[in-house]
Design a protein around this ligand. Structure first.
Ligand code: PHE
Ligand code: ZN
Length: 879
């Protein structure tokens, strides 16, 4: 691992490009083993570049795994001494400030298992260029601040009737030898990372959308023939997203055609290539029979996310990859608001905050901790993180909260207008927000540069004589790797005060009952006058900032908030705090070898929620869900895996036993035989019904398991079937589980998305998903190590969502994961580097586990020749 160490790249070293590419003309002659790529570039000296003192600098073109065939300038073949091929690219001597460069090279898409650049998925050609994949296609200044007009010609055998690229189709025909030829032109200048090409035997569904200014846009969704019936939901979602972006942000679509393609082999969720989005099949294809409600909602949000990038990402793009959150944080905020408007706002917020608290907080506290705008990286692919995406979205949300919706809109209008067609920075975004509103976000900017999760400690006091209530808030952000002694941040803390009757107290003359306190000091007091009784504070409403908030709530106060808080998020959060208190106490009892005591306060709280017919069933379902083992681990200073598992199972069983009649009544009431719909109200009903079913089955009583058996047998939709099967796998007798799994597989083996669900049900099951079974799944005929979805379902499910089996005391789970990571790194470095995450947190575990995890990690480090991706994560985790 010592020699050939990857280089660290720093934000402070940024320099504008020496040369610009005004036009990029590409021709692809497709072949699995020998695709010929010709590129013709109009190159021009960048007037903004440092002139230097020794004439024209050499031109650097990135290029990886390319076979160079020829280089010409202004139509003349270049002699070899004028250029130099080196690792990572090509250096070219330049004689004139403007010239036309022609390069020819060969690539082998069939051998490309990294799924970056041009590759084959089920026999179809597709590309993935973000962040630095274009350099695996041809030699090019592969950096986002080089924006160019692209013209792309694709030549392929007649067995690939669909040939797609960005923009508009401007020409098509047949070559003399009978192959197909199509030319596309994208009129909008873009960086190479937004380039895309697709070629295959694909079917499509088509629709149209009329924009607010009356232009008709053609919408096409391409898939393999077998999936053509799974496109409707994505198409409807797309049209909703297009309308929403016009209404909420005033953003209209800009080309005459918008295409989406579904591919089975894909590293991420989807990609926003200009006019030609490419999607992981699992994030676009759905039908009621095959997709769960969770999948329907995920598809709606990802389709919207990619569409929204057309403005926040494509029309205005990033100057460099340190600015990634400029497009991702903003676009995640946009898609979250869209989903909130389309469904239940509170439930969407609860889901997002759960991810943040479980995984982003863990990232912030781990060895890969970095700010929303990182200041260095070895491999940019490692920085498509929860911090850049999710925390980045929280940062944009806080600007929205601080400025208010109208001011935020003025800021976003100015941002899009001022920077249209440009590659810009997070700083430019903040400045636009300030300039449009005459606002000052100077201190707020620290959110972009400081890593770590701030902790707020809140104390209060009430002065009865003066009628004064005071909140004293301290903030502190822990040290993170390479960053010490953090400065105070500007933190919006949305607050209400509840009276003894559960109603909000008026906070001013005008009768406002909610206020956003702006915390800017390390310690600050906020005084409320005219308060007639000692109130109970409802703090950080709607999770107004991505922080850990500590206030010493008593159990009865949390029960009170669960019943009365008018902020639905905080109502849910009160229940979570109650559960966390109970689970923390039980862990202590477990480790002391004491008998575990029934959590009565929690059970009472849950009973009141379950009996409350006035609440949205989706919210009730969320309120009845215990924090996951992963989230519990994130809460602990030192993680004792066995204690977490024991406490959580004990609480779950206690609730199930105590409230069985109530769960049964609610299950029966919600179990209606109505045809499937993906409307929010129906999704809500199914989510509570299946939450009840899971608790019922946790009793392991046969009458409860029979409910699951009959729900599975009815097979009305995949949400109900998968929930029932999941409950049987987790709580039913093993032979029973095995038989249901087998017949489910027989029924669905032709359907890739269902098979992924089926893999996941097994790998994540605390009782059924043992290491032995997971190893068997790796040998299953439907498993492919080269398909990221399958890897995530089986290996990822086990290592990231099966806390009990993965953390077995003998360390077998850790050794298994390191074996898989080592094997994967040879095929797909990006996936290997993501999958290793659970091992990187070893320092947080109690000594015996920590030692085992560390040695599994060391074994990876010692196996030599690691990819840059895996090297960065492993070496930072061990240092
Ligand atoms: N830019 C994509 C998105 O968030 C994510 C992505 C990154 C996809 C890198 C592929 C590769 O929408
Ligand atoms: Zn994105």
């Amino acid at each position: 691992m010592k020699d050939n160490q990857p280089r660290t790249i720093y934000l402070k070293d940024y320099k504008v490009p020496d040369y610009l590419i005004d036009h990029t003309e590409l021709t692809f002659d497709l072949d699995p083993q020998a695709t010929l790529v010709k590129s013709r570039l109009k190159v021009r000296r960048n007037p903004a570049a440092d002139p230097g003192d020794s004439g024209l600098p050499a031109l650097w073109l990135d290029g990886v795994d390319l076979e160079l065939l020829s280089v010409s300038i202004n139509g003349k073949l270049l002699p070899a001494q004028r250029y130099q091929e080196m690792t990572g690219g090509l250096l070219l001597a330049v004689e004139t400030p403007e010239f036309e460069l022609e390069v020819q090279n060969r690539i082998a898409p069939e051998s490309n298992t990294s799924l970056e650049g041009l590759y084959l998925s089920n026999g179809m050609y597709c590309t993935q260029c973000e962040a630095e994949g274009f350099r695996k296609i041809t030699f090019y200044p592969d950096r986002p601040d080089v924006m160019s007009i692209f013209t792309t010609t694709i030549v392929a055998p007649a067995s690939y009737p669909v040939l797609l690229s960005n923009g508009n189709k401007i020409d098509s025909g047949t070559t003399q030898d009978g192959r197909l030829r199509v030319t596309w032109e994208d009129p909008f200048a873009k960086p190479a990372y937004l380039f895309a090409l697709v070629a295959g035997d694909l079917q499509y569904v088509e629709d149209t959308f009329t924009t607010s200014s009356g232009r008709e846009v053609k919408l096409q969704l391409f898939t393999e023939a077998r999936n053509i019936r799974k496109c409707e939901h994505a198409m409807v979602s797309l049209k909703h997203a297009m309308r929403w972006d016009e209404e909420v942000y005033g953003r209209e679509y800009d080309l005459d055609i918008f295409m989406i393609v579904a591919v089975d082999h894909f590293n991420m969720g989807a990609m926003e290539n200009k006019g030609l989005n490419i999607f992981n099949s699992a994030c676009v294809l759905a039908s009621p029979e095959t997709a769960t409600d969770a999948a329907f909602q995920r598809i709606e949000s990802i389709v919207a996310h990619e569409y929204f990038h057309n403005w926040s990402g494509n029309r205005v793009t990033c100057r460099d990859w340190f600015q990634l959150s400029l497009k991702e944080g903003f676009t995640v905020f946009r898609d979250a608001e869209f989903s909130a408007d389309m469904n239940s706002r509170a439930v969407k917020r609860i889901e997002d905050v759960t991810v943040l608290r479980t995984a982003q907080f863990a990232e912030d506290g781990g060895p890969m901790s970095h700010p929303v705008r990182p200041d260095s990286y070895m491999e940019i692919s490692n920085f498509y993180t929860l911090t850049v995406y999710e925390k980045g979205a929280e940062v944009v949300r806080m600007i929205h909260t601080i400025l208010g919706p109208e001011a935020f809109r003025r800021g976003s209008d100015l941002y899009f207008e001022r920077h249209d067609g440009c590659a810009v920075t997070c700083e430019d975004f903040v400045v636009a927000m300030e300039d449009a509103n005459d606002a000052d976000l100077k201190q707020f900017r620290r959110w972009y540069s400081q890593a770590g999760t701030p902790v707020l400690d809140v104390e209060d006091r009430y002065d009865e004589d003066k009628g004064e209530y005071t909140l004293k808030i301290r903030q502190h952000t822990p040290d993170t790797p390479g960053q010490k002694d953090k400065l105070p941040l500007c933190i919006p803390v949305t607050t209400a005060l509840l009276g003894a009757d559960g109603k909000e107290l008026p906070l001013n003359q005008a009768g406002a009952t909610e206020t956003t306190l702006l915390l800017t000091e390390a310690c600050q007091e906020f005084v409320f006058g005219n308060i007639k009784e000692r109130p109970l504070p409802s703090l950080l409403r709607g999770f107004s900032a991505p922080v850990k908030l500590r206030y010493d709530y008593r159990d009865h106060q949390l029960q009170f908030l669960m019943r009365h808080d008018s902020d639905e998020f905080n109502r849910w959060d009160a229940g979570q705090r109650l559960a966390l208190n109970a689970l923390a106490a039980l862990q202590v009892q477990f480790r002391a070898g004491e008998a575990l005591r029934t959590p009565d306060a929690l059970i009472a709280g849950y009973a009141s929620v379950l009996g409350n017919g006035a609440l949205d069933p989706a919210l009730v379902a969320k309120m009845l869900a215990l924090p996951s083992a992963q989230e519990l681990a994130e809460q602990e200073g030192e993680i004792h895996a066995a204690a977490i598992i024991a406490a959580r199972e004990f609480v779950r069983n206690a609730i199930a036993d105590a409230l069985k009649p109530e769960f049964l009544a609610r299950y029966r009431q919600l179990d209606q035989r109505t045809p499937y719909s993906a409307e929010a109200a129906d999704i809500a009903r199914r989510s509570l019904k299946n939450t009840c079913l899971a608790y019922l089955c946790a009793t392991m009583d046969d009458d409860a398991l029979d409910l699951a058996r009959s729900q599975l047998a009815r097979g009305e939709n995949m949400t109900d079937s998968a929930s029932a099967l999941g409950a049987l796998v987790e709580f039913g007798p093993v032979e029973d589980a095995e038989q249901h799994l087998e017949s489910f597989y027989q029924q669905w083996q032709q359907d890739t998305q269902v098979v992924e669900t089926w893999f996941g049900l097994q790998s994540t099951s605390a009782s059924y998903g043992t290491l032995e079974r997971v190893q068997q799944l790796l040998g299953h005929s439907a498993f492919e190590l080269t398909n990221p979805n399958k890897v995530r379902a089986v290996i990822g499910g086990f290592a990231m969502r099966n806390f009990k089996q993965f953390h077995k005391e003998d360390g077998s789970g850790y050794e298994f994961l390191s074996d898989q990571v080592i094997a994967l790194d040879k095929l797909n470095p990006q996936i290997a580097a993501r999958l290793v995450t659970p091992l990187t947190r070893w320092k947080k575990y109690a000594a015996s586990d920590a030692g085992l995890i560390k040695s599994a990690l060391q074994r990876i480090a010692e196996c030599g020749s690691l990819s840059r991706d895996l090297f960065e994560v492993v070496s930072k985790s061990l240092s």
